[in-house]
Design a protein around this ligand. Structure first.
Ligand code: BES
Ligand code: ZN
Ligand code: ZN
Length: 464
């Protein structure tokens, strides 16, 4: 993992090249105060301070300074320095304003690359260190970068090398670091206690057997919260096999579990005063003679019977049993992350996790925090009338609708059947993927919604 802590450091008067950030409003006044040679250079580059991500190098003898345009120079976005961090030569830099704000995140993540599978990694340019006057924020920004990089790396790892066992290993690694306890349920115990997880994972080879991975951390006197993440290490669709293009990036179908694990890491590192219960149902949705079938009926852990309409709607099945287990410990809050539906992407595109909640307060807190930390998400309705779309002729309900309409809503309504109204619950149907690439955000695995949820948890629990 990239050593982020060495790339963002507190200001102790180190020598560093200055980065001037300007925006539409501040550019003219800033330019007036510059020496004539700067002004000539800036003019020659036709730099007008308006186009984000452009910059000009201003020579200072053997050294140099930099001026870069950002959208808002007084409220820095997480990604406004990412292009600079990707482009500038090795060395230490500091902002003329001193304070890095959220922009430290993009500075760090722009220097993180997933090179595990390259036989010769592109020559890494030297570290670019950013010096900031905001002492208190350095640790937090570094932790957010580490959590984001964890999601990216887990999602980017090919399914052949990241099965349920490796997800379990990743959870155990986190538990060792934080002193948490881990329990893994598999085999007969899984078939008896978690029939939906067992059904979805039935076709996988024995080394990739399905399991429920649970982590418990914190003081029993603190309020209990549960974080749940969809851990489908590869989604072929099962017997309702996906098309080649539909399957191409389905290694990312464990993205929800990667978000959940990264959030657990943030919670434990921040030592939030909560009793954390992390639940990750980890399976491979494979094809074999042992595969579960369309038309099968499975009795869930909760006792409700589910007719399998479509084996490709597997995420909601494994989440249903995991949510049931979470509910049994009576948490005051449940958050789940899942790459649950293509329909959420059709509705909101790649950037916005479709966010559902049974509690308006929680939904508002998420929307506000998402805006403030620049980790956008969008609320969607748990529209009860669409429950009819999940009707089954012979079971309590089906796992999918025969109509393609409102696919992410019917998926969320399915999950809602397993969470009682009195528990505040939010479900993030996220993409866990970036395409196309943006500065600091290469094409591939991505954390979407993670920082927004963490911000809500901090606001809820740090101020008690
Ligand atoms: N993992 C997919 C959802 C998905 C697909 C997320 C593409 C992101 C991009 C999920 O398990 C799935 O296949 N859902 C089906 C549900 C349908 C069969 C009711 C879908 O969305 O098509
Ligand atoms: Zn699927
Ligand atoms: Zn899936």
């Amino acid at each position: 993992m990239t050593d982020f802590a060495s790339l963002l450091v507190a200001d102790r008067g180190q020598k560093a090249r200055t980065i001037h950030l300007v925006d539409k409003g501040s550019f003219d006044a800033w330019l007036k105060g510059r020496p004539a040679e700067d002004r000539a250079l800036i003019e020659a580059h036709r730099f007008d301070g308006k186009k984000g991500f452009t910059f000009v190098i201003l020579p200072r003898g053997k050294e140099f300074e930099v001026v870069s345009a950002v959208k808002n120079a007084t409220e820095l976005s997480p990604w406004c320095l990412a292009k600079l961090a990707e482009s500038l030569p090795e060395g230490a830099y500091k902002l003329a304003s001193g304070d890095v704000g959220q922009s430290g995140l993009g500075w760090l993540l722009a220097q993180h690359h997933f090179n595990d599978y390259r036989s010769s990694a592109d020559v890494e340019p030297g570290a670019r260190v950013l010096v900031t006057s905001e002492l208190a924020r350095v640790d937090e920004i570094v932790r957010l970068a580490e959590a984001t990089a964890l999601v990216r790396d887990l999602v980017n790892t090919p399914a052949a090398d990241l099965g349920p066992q490796q997800i379990e290993n990743a959870v155990k690694g986190e538990a060792n670091r934080s002193g948490a306890k881990v329990r893994v349920i598999s085999g007969a115990e899984l078939s008896e206690g978690y029939p939906l997880i067992a059904a979805v994972g039935a076709a996988a080879t024995p080394e990739r057997a399905p399991r429920l991975i649970e982590l418990e951390w914190g003081d029993a006197r603190h309020p209990r919260i549960a974080i749940v993440g969809k851990g489908v290490c590869f989604d072929s669709g099962g017997l309702d096999l996906k098309s080649a293009s539909g399957m191409r990036i389905m290694k990312k179908d464990m993205g929800g579990s990667a978000h959940a694990l990264a959030l657990a890491r943030l919670i434990t590192m921040e030592r939030l005063p909560v009793r954390l219960h992390l639940l990750i149902p980890a399976v491979e949705n494979a094809v074999s003679g042992a595969a579960y079938r369309p038309g099968d009926i499975v009795k869930s852990r909760k006792g409700l019977t589910v007719e399998i309409d479509n084996t490709d709607a597997e995420g909601r099945l494994i989440l249903a049993d995991a949510l049931t287990k979470a509910v049994e410990s009576e948490p005051e809050l449940i958050i789940d992350f899942a790459t649950l539906t293509g329909a959420a992407r059709v509705a909101l595109g790649p950037d916005l996790p479709a966010t559902f909640s049974n509690h308006d307060d929680l939904a508002s807190e998420l929307e506000l925090a998402a805006r403030e930390v620049d980790d956008p998400l969008w609320r969607m309705p748990l529209w009860d009338a669409y429950e009819d779309l999940l009707k089954s002729d012979i079971a309590d309900f089906a796992n999918a609708s025969s109509s393609p309409m409102a696919g992410c809503i019917t998926a969320a309504i399915f999950l809602k059947k397993f969470v009682p109204d009195e528990i505040a619950w939010a479900h993030l149907d996220t993409w866990a993927w970036k395409d196309p690439a943006r500065p600091g955000r290469p094409k591939g695995g991505e954390a979407l919604g993670l920082r927004a949820v963490f911000e809500v948890l901090k606001r809820r629990y740090l101020q008690r």
